[in-house]
Ligand binder design. Sequence first.
Ligand code: BGC
Length: 733
Amino acid sequence: MNDSELRSLLSDLSLEEKIGQLTQLPGYFQDAGTITGPAGDMGLTQDDLRLAGSYLSIIGAEKLKKMQTEFMAQHPHHIPLLFMADIINGYRTVFPIPLAQACTFNPELIEESAATAAREAAASGIHVTFSPMADLVRDARWGRVMESAGEDPFLSGQVAAAMVRGYQGSDLNEHGRIASCLKHFAGYGAPEGGRDYNTVELSERTLREDYLPAYQAAVDAGCALVMTSFNTLNRIPSAANEWLLREVLRREMGFDGMIISDWNALQELLAHGIAQDQPEAAFLALRAGVDMDMVSPVYARNLRELVEQGKVPMQWIDESVWRVLTLKNRLGLFEHPFRDADEAAEKTLLLAEENRRMARRCAEQSFVLLRNEENLLPLSGGEAVFIGPYADNALLNGAWSIFADDLDTVSLKAALQRRPQTRNVSVIRGCTLSDPEHPVIGFQHPLPPEDLDAEAALAEAVQAAKAAEKVVLCLGEHRECSGEAASRGDLSLPRCQLRLLDAVAAVNPRIIVVLFTGRPLDIRPLSEKAGSILLCWLPGTEGGEAVLNTLLGENNPGGKLSMSFPYCTGQAPVHYNHLNTGRPWKLGILDGRFGSKYQDIPNDPLYPFGYGLSYTTFACSPVTLSSSCMTRSSSIHASVSVTNTGRRAGTETLQLYIRDLSGSVARPVRELKGFRRIFLAPGESRTVTFTITEEMLRFYTLSMDYASECGDFDVFIGSDSRTDNGARFTLTE
Ligand code: BGC
């Protein structure tokens, strides 16, 4: 449709039809067919269901085509529905969780995996995905850390933008693309105490400096929608925050797409205590600029009366309906209401071998080798026994993989059995995944208790460990321990797993831990007892294959941490790009009591942001600068030469950090400004050059201008955020 046709459609719609366009309902309301259960409880009528603009979380080409056909036939203006769903890290082929994908430091690969997910989801009839989540996170207690790209604004922005490009391509109307909904705007990743849905306290400076850049990167990449967050900012819930949505998001950040609230968030304005009833909630949200109400009755039940009473101007309604219709039009739904929904394509495309290959590649690149004493890894073949609750476990998809089937996932045991050299290795459970006293509450349904004779299982594991040359211990958190509403107050591994570790370590010190988790954990016991630790996160459909390829050295791990692993829970939140304080504490420099430190634990995380080893070793030369001085219109080239000093080919990710030594406001001790993945054969060297521009030196100054200030800067280039391989330069007018 052209714009004037769309305008005339808008002007033809009745008020009820317009309000319908602003309402999104869950798919199961349609399945139910009649107004009973939750839809009835919400006070919705058959008309609300009949006129809705969108349904979420229903999938399947056949089903959605039928639903679209029936819906359009009965709609007074035959307006097609938008089908939205959470395609977070894959649809049927599941990729590693986003936190793991970020460890690849490979935006091109992330873009390709998002494109693969889009193709699969589009074939099943989906039009919009609620991804990427660009919420910066510094606190591993927050369960949704798995959906983020970690603690760095720059890396988070690169990941979010790559995902948007992957989903949407260059034109939303392209075959196999879906629209991307950036979320959760804004600051959702900073709840107090790491508890999901909790209050967020961010200064405007910190919000702008650290939290907004990743969202901005996704907006710049062209995301078609933005979802508001559940939290308050400055005590105003995002869904009612006019300043945040109209001033910051639309005017400053330049977003002109559609804004949708998060699940039931408009109704929750009452619980937040800023709306005394539903009509007030509807008024506040529409005034703030929320176009579509996700799964709450607030718009559907109240906007009509508000308009009739003259409290809500028709223009607000029309603006929002216009955005919804525009998105439908950009997606080509008026001409092709089924879009790519295709039962035949579903059969060939979902879980296609090339998609699995992509998932494997992505998983392999996301693994982070945290320790490798005495080169315990790689294995040479079948010399190890595999013990632990993840050794034979297909629960390798992240919590949001709601459309995937675990039966499609390759467990480690299945992968072992596929190869002649590992076919006969012993695989022993050793203990349950979770402690019986902390049963895991599932996202979609309660989980049955794990059935195991704990003492017999432990004894069997000890006996096998005693006899083996090496032990591969497959440990970690249950996937339902991370994700939405899965915050934790203790980041330790389950007690039963620590007991297994102790018992095995007592009889065989040659332990390799393969760690599966959706978040950084307190892994001190692993660092003490295991010679090697391979962090595999929740690696997805091809997890078992990817892990085995890596254990056997067919893949040389090169992932780098997208988030620090805290020393212990009490250290959270911890992030490398902190401020210096007036009393920075370094052993031996400001010794004694009055430094900024803990009495009982170190300040540094156990493993810092950017960290990750390889089966080979790399050496990096000192940083050389093309000049020690730059002006606002010039730039400096900072170079190092990196050499593979080991015996295997491998990838090193060089990271560029900059520190502004003095500014009108306190500046972080360092900030990531660039990175480069370099693949090197044994003995090979490469010179790597980063260009430092004035733009990289900008920040929110005392007067809140986004600008650079003259003075001295340290630049560091190295293999993680702790590198002290640096040089100094000066910015002059
Ligand atoms: C989550 C969103 C998600 C939405 C729809 C909410 O509970 O916070 O991230 O996209 O549900 O499923």
